[in-house]
Design a binder for this molecule. Structure first.
Ligand code: KIV
Length: 296
């Protein structure tokens, strides 16, 4: 192997620089809001890329929004990896975070590292996310120590929503808010580069954010977090299951898709599609030869 330095590949300066962990940290320092969104396939990744978001999460919410499961719990690692690999193919600039699914990391540090490595090696993710404090703090530390960046997630953690009493806001009593604070600080101490606060009172987040050095991304945690995340299908109106209080709809894409398909179905039934502009032609003489051949 040669030790002669290679000439750097010239960079296209018109393209935004890929998001990195130091750049995310710098955004927090400068008070520049971090924009994060979920994506689950190639087209949604391309949309996130073109819209200029900072971080894309292949969330296990995809279990519900794209795979049709009733909750995030049943989705497997293989299913998540297939979604994440498709997102990777549509993404260049944002940081790509893969969500470790329920049951794929809680058992042992070895299991957590092995699953996290699959997200990096097989799907091309830059980092992984796991839920909860408690034993997840130990798993986060093990994954970080293995060289993989980890994002934490506290407050409402859908993978263990049953144990939390359902899909409802957390940290609404002083005791529960203290638990959320302890979990967040422990995950930071374990080496997480960022943390999601889901469904906690805005006033609790406002107290906690200044106590954390790492960027805090909120979903239903009010305006004081360093960034916001929403589920792609919620914000664009593609998913019409239960919509949480913290979702703002920016589009009604499902209604547009249904209208488009209904118009297509109507055109087909009225013989209005395909029109001449959608069909191929053949030279008249060639057609005659063809007809003659057919009639023989
Ligand atoms: O799975 C997901 O989409 C998430 C976000 C809500 C943070 O975990």
């Amino acid at each position: 192997m040669s030790h002669i330095p290679q000439t750097p590949v010239p960079q296209d300066l018109s393209r935004p620089l890929p998001m990195t962990l130091p750049r995310l940290q710098e955004k927090k320092r400068l008070g520049e809001p971090i924009v994060m969104v979920t994506a689950y396939d190639y087209p949604s990744a391309q949309v996130a890329e073109e819209a200029g978001v900072d971080v894309v999460l292949v969330g296990d919410s995809g279990a519900m929004t794209v795979l049709g499961y009733p909750s995030t719990v049943p989705v497997s690692t293989d299913e998540m990896l297939m979604l994440a690999a498709a997102v990777r193919r549509g993404l260049t600039t944002p940081l790509l975070v893969g969500d470790l699914p329920f049951g794929s990391y809680e058992g042992s540090d070895e299991q957590a590292i092995a699953t996290a490595q699959r997200f990096i090696k097989e799907a091309g993710c830059d980092a992984v996310k796991l839920e909860r404090g408690g034993t997840s703090v130990k798993r986060a530390r093990a994954i970080v120590d293995s060289g993989i960046p980890v994002m934490g997630h506290v407050g409402l953690t859908p993978q263990t929503a049953t144990a939390l009493g359902g899909h409802k806001a957390q940290g609404r009593t002083a005791d529960r808010a203290i638990e959320v604070a302890r979990d967040a600080l422990a995950l930071q101490e374990a080496g997480c580069f960022s943390i999601v606060f889901e469904a906690i009172p805005a006033a609790v987040a406002e107290e906690l954010v200044p106590k954390l050095d790492i960027p805090v991304i909120g979903i239903g945690a009010g305006p004081s977090t360093d960034g916001q995340v929403l589920v792609f299908h919620d914000l664009l109106g593609i998913y019409d299951g239960h919509v949480a209080r913290f979702v703002k709809r920016y589009s009604e894409i499902k209604a547009q898709m249904v209208a488009g398909l209904a118009e297509y179905a109507d055109d087909v039934r009225r013989h209005a599609f395909p029109g001449p502009e959608h069909t191929y032609t053949i030279d008249e003489q060639e057609l005659e030869h063809f007809r003659a051949a057919l009639s023989r």
